[in-house]
Design a protein around this ligand. Structure first.
Ligand code: NAP
Length: 488
C-alpha cells in the first residue's frame, strides 16, 4: 500500500459521528468540523459537531448506564480494560499513524504515546480488583466502623490536543475500573484518536452508555449545561489554566468532585556537580518530547554559572542537529506545531527575548513555507523579565539562565504561578533531597527528563491544578468513601 493510501485507509477506518449510548450518530444540528494535518494544513477528516442537546443526551446515556455499571463485578471491569490494552497494542501502528496525522508529532513519539496511554488501561485493570474499605472497632468498643468505596458516578472528561490518546486513557482507565460512567470531549483539533479508542472499547466489551464521546465546535456552550446538570458528579479537565479556572467556577453549582490538570512552567536545574552529558540527554527529552508542546516541557533552564557555557554549547549542538519535518517521514525528530497561532506565539516569545538581549545559539525562526514548523531553538543570556520565562512556551525553545547558589536556584525555580513539575541534575544525594523538598511542584524528576509513569501520581499544585492521575492515587479520585456505623 502506498504511503498516502495507507494514511487514507487509517483515517477512513475511524468513525466520526458522536458516540452516545453505544450508537454512532451525527450531531442534531447537521454540522461537521474539519480536522487538519498540521504538517500540511490540509483537511484529513470531518467530525460530527455536537449541539447542547447532543451533550445532554450523552450525559443522559452516562447517567442511565451508571447503576448497572457500578454493580458490574470489578474483575469484569478490569478484564475489559485489559482486553482494550491488548487491542491498542495490537493496533499500535495504525493508532500511531492516526495520531501523527491529526497532531503532528513524529511517528516514534506517537508510538510512545500509544504505549504510555495503553499502560493506564493495564495499570487500572489491576487496580479494579484492589478497591476496598476498612473495618474498625470504635474507641469505646460499643460500635463497629465500616467504610466502603463506591464510584462517584457520571463523569465529564475534557482533554487537550497535545496527547490525543493518553490524556483520555488516564481518565477513562480509572473511571472504568472504579465503576463510573462518562462523557468524553476530546480537543476539536485531535478527535480521531479518541473516536478510534471508543471503537476499541466497544470491541473490548464495554457496555453501551458507559463511555460516550462527543466533539463540538462550541465547547463552552455545550460543556456548561453538562457541568451545571445535577446528573453529573465529577469533572476532570486537562488543558489550559485559563479554561480550567472557568470550569472550576461552573462546577461549584453542583459541588462536583473536580480534577484539574493545567498548565506548567517547568524549571530544569543543572547544578555544578551534575553529570553534564546526562543532563543534556535529559534536557533534550524534557524539552523536545512533543516538540515542546507538553505541560511537563522544560520551560526554563537554570544552570550553575560554572557549567553554563559547556551545558549551553552542548545543548545548542544537539538542538541544531535535529531534523524538522512531517512526522510521518523517516528520520524526522521534530514535527510541526499544532496550528498557525501556536507557531506565531512561539515566534513572538523568541523575538521578544532576543529584543531584550538574549543570544540565539540555535534556531530562532520558522521553517518552510507550508505547515506550522519552528526550528529547535536555544537562547542564552535570557533576561529575567523575558516573557518566555514566565509563560508556557509550548514550542521547541530552550531559554538558559544562570544561578550561583542553591538558594538562588530554588528561588528562581519557584518564581512561577505554576507548579506542575521540576527537573534537577545533581550527583549529591543530600542536595537532591533538599531541592526536591524545596520545590513548589507536584512532581520532581531527579536526574531524569521524564516523570510520567502510569504507576505514579501525576499532577500539580498552584495554577497547575489539583488532583492526581495514575498510581494508587489515580483511582481514589473516582471513589467516594461511605462510612457505616454498626451498633452491637
Ligand atoms: P485548552 O484551550 O484549555 O483546551 C482544552 C480542552 O478544553 C479542549 O478540549 C477544548 O475544546 C476545551 N475547551 C475550550 N474552551 C472550553 C470551555 N469554555 N469550556 C469547556 N471546555 C473548553 O487547552 P489546549 O490548548 O487544548 O491544551 C494545552 C494546555 O493543556 C496547556 O496549557 C497544557 O499545559 C495543558 N496540559 C496540561 C496537562 C496536565 O496534565 N497538567 C497535560 C496536557 C496539557 P476545543 O478543542 O474545542 O477548544
Amino acid at each position: 500500500m502506498s504511503t498516502t493510501t495507507r494514511e487514507s485507509a487509517v483515517v477512513g477506518a475511524v468513525r466520526t459521528d458522536l458516540f452516545i449510548g453505544g450508537q454512532w450518530r451525527p450531531g442534531t444540528g447537521g454540522h461537521t468540523i474539519a480536522v487538519d494535518d498540521p504538517a500540511t494544513g490540509e483537511v484529513i477528516a470531518h467530525i460530527a459537531d455536537a449541539t447542547v442537546a447532543d451533550g445532554l443526551a450523552a450525559l443522559e446515556a452516562a447517567h442511565a448506564a451508571a447503576p448497572s455499571w457500578a454493580a458490574t463485578p470489578p474483575r469484569e471491569r478490569g478484564e475489559i480494560l485489559r482486553r482494550a490494552f491488548e487491542m491498542i497494542m495490537d493496533r499500535i501502528d495504525d493508532l500511531a499513524l492516526l495520531m501523527t496525522l491529526e497532531m503532528g508529532k513524529p511517528l516514534d513519539q506517537a508510538r510512545g504515546e500509544v504505549i504510555y496511554g495503553a499502560e493506564f488501561f493495564r495499570w487500572f485493570s489491576e487496580e479494579a480488583v484492589r478497591i476496598s474499605g476498612r473495618y474498625a472497632v470504635a474507641p469505646n468498643g460499643a460500635t463497629r466502623l465500616m467504610t466502603m468505596k463506591q464510584p462517584v458516578g457520571p463523569c465529564l472528561f475534557i482533554t487537550p490536543w497535545n496527547f490525543p490518546l493518553a490524556m483520555g486513557t488516564r481518565k477513562i482507565g480509572p473511571a472504568v475500573a472504579s465503576g463510573c460512567t462518562m462523557v468524553v470531549k476530546p480537543a476539536t483539533q485531535t478527535p480521531l484518536s479518541m473516536y478510534a479508542l471508543a471503537q476499541i472499547m466497544t470491541e473490548a466489551g464495554l457496555p453501551d452508555g458507559v463511555l460516550n464521546v462527543i466533539t463540538t465546535s462550541h465547547a463552552g456552550q455545550v460543556m456548561e449545561p453538562i457541568i451545571r446538570d445535577p446528573r453529573l458528579r465529577k469533572l476532570s479537565f486537562t488543558g489550559s489554566t485559563e479554561i480550567g479556572k472557568r470550569l472550576v467556577e461552573q462546577s461549584a453549582e453542583q459541588l462536583l468532585r473536580v480534577s484539574m490538570e493545567l498548565g506548567g512552567n517547568a524549571p530544569f536545574l543543572v547544578f555544578a556537580d551534575a553529570d553534564l552529558p546526562a543532563a543534556v540527554d535529559g534536557a533534550m527529552l524534557a524539552k523536545m518530547r512533543n516538540m515542546g508542546e507538553a505541560c511537563t516541557a522544560a520551560n526554563r533552564f537554570l544552570v550553575h554559572a560554572s557549567v553554563a557555557p559547556e551545558f549551553t554549547a552542548r545543548l545548542a549542538e544537539r538542538m541544531g542537529a535535529l531534523t524538522v519535518g512531517r512526522g510521518t517521514e523517516a528520520g524526522v525528530d521534530v514535527g510541526p506545531l499544532v496550528d498557525a497561532p501556536s507557531q506565531a506565539k512561539v515566534g513572538e516569545l523568541v523575538d521578544q527575548a532576543v529584543g531584550a538581549g538574549a543570544r540565539v545559539l540555535a534556531g530562532g525562526s520558522t521553517v518552510g513555507e507550508k505547515g506550522y514548523f519552528y526550528a529547535p531553538t536555544v537562547l542564552a543570556d535570557v533576561p529575567a523579565d523575558a516573557r518566555l520565562l514566565h509563560e508556557e512556551i509550548f514550542g521547541p525553545v530552550a531559554p538558559v539562565t544562570t544561578f550561583t547558589t542553591d538558594d538562588e536556584a530554588l528561588a528562581l525555580a519557584n518564581a512561577s504561578e505554576y507548579g506542575l513539575v521540576a527537573y534537577a541534575y545533581t550527583r549529591d544525594l543530600n542536595r537532591a533531597i533538599r531541592v526536591s523538598e524545596g520545590l513548589d511542584t507536584g512532581m520532581v524528576g531527579i536526574n531524569q527528563g521524564i516523570v510520567s509513569n502510569p504507576a505514579a501520581p501525576f499532577g500539580g499544585v498552584k495554577h497547575s491544578g489539583f488532583g492526581r492521575e495514575g498510581g494508587a492515587e489515580g483511582i481514589e479520585e473516582f471513589l467516594e468513601t461511605k462510612y457505616v456505623g454498626i451498633a452491637l
